[in-house]
Design a binder for this molecule. Sequence first.
Ligand code: CP
Ligand code: NVA
Length: 304
Amino acid sequence: MRHVITLWEMTTAEIERIFAISQDLKSKLQQGLREPLLAGRVAGLLFEKPSLRTRVSFETGMAQLGGSSLFLGADVGWGERESIADFTQVLSQYVDVIVCRAKTHRRVEELAEHATCPVINGLTDLAHPCQALADLFTLREVSGDLQGRTLAYVGDANNVARSLLLACAKLGVRFAIASPAGYEFDSAYVGRIKKEIPGAAVLQTRDPVEAVRAADAVYTDVWASMGQEAEKAIRSKALAGYQVNEALMKQAPAGARFLHCLPARRGEEVTDGVIDGPQSDVIQQAANRMHVQKGLLVWLLTEA
Ligand code: CP
Ligand code: NVA
């Protein structure tokens, strides 16, 4: 039994296998084929924060695979009505896989410690592995072979950026990030990536133009993530020079694509002209959340 909490637990070959299953399922769906590979299986979706993409793509993905899902909000009493150990051991008796979106990363780690079924991280303050898998799958679709590509991330080195860096390092994609002081990766995280993933290429800079200069794709995310609403004003000020706009996209190579995990705060980290423009692949990227999570579920529940 395997958990997917950060992507550290997955090998490059396993990610490539998930992409192959995802590609096959996506092609079949486009031909109207929905194979019931997970017939009778149930996913429990335990969410402490709002979600459109993650929640709905897991629910529809399970349905298309012949399984079903249960959305579990605050009323199930996770960690308040009873201990996390009791809660998780009981929930594991009913469902085949738990997808969890939690306020703190530790909550998902605790679930995984007690669960007797696989746990998938559906976003924490530290990681968003399902997003990063879909992002790299999308980059491969729009740019071709991933090896040696460059992904430039402009903005807050947040949960999405952390998982993206790790996925890029594992798949041979160079990662360039431009962030202001105080909003960059902690050096221990980048140090671990460089130490444990030979060949990982990471450029860290304060200058967005330097970051995007060789980019195959430019990526950004909100300046204040869920749970950081109180810091919105201070973050907007600190990150004001890190907007992905038409002028910045002009500094990237002509064929560069634009990606964003969504939801976006238009006029803040990205302009309408970029997100709605000809270089943007954000809707295809969001659609791929479902295709790649289907691949992940099939791999986790039938192969891993
Ligand atoms: N990108 C993403 O995870 O979106 P949701 O917050 O809507 O799930
Ligand atoms: N960094 C954002 C991503 C949302 C999908 C957040 O955590 O709110």
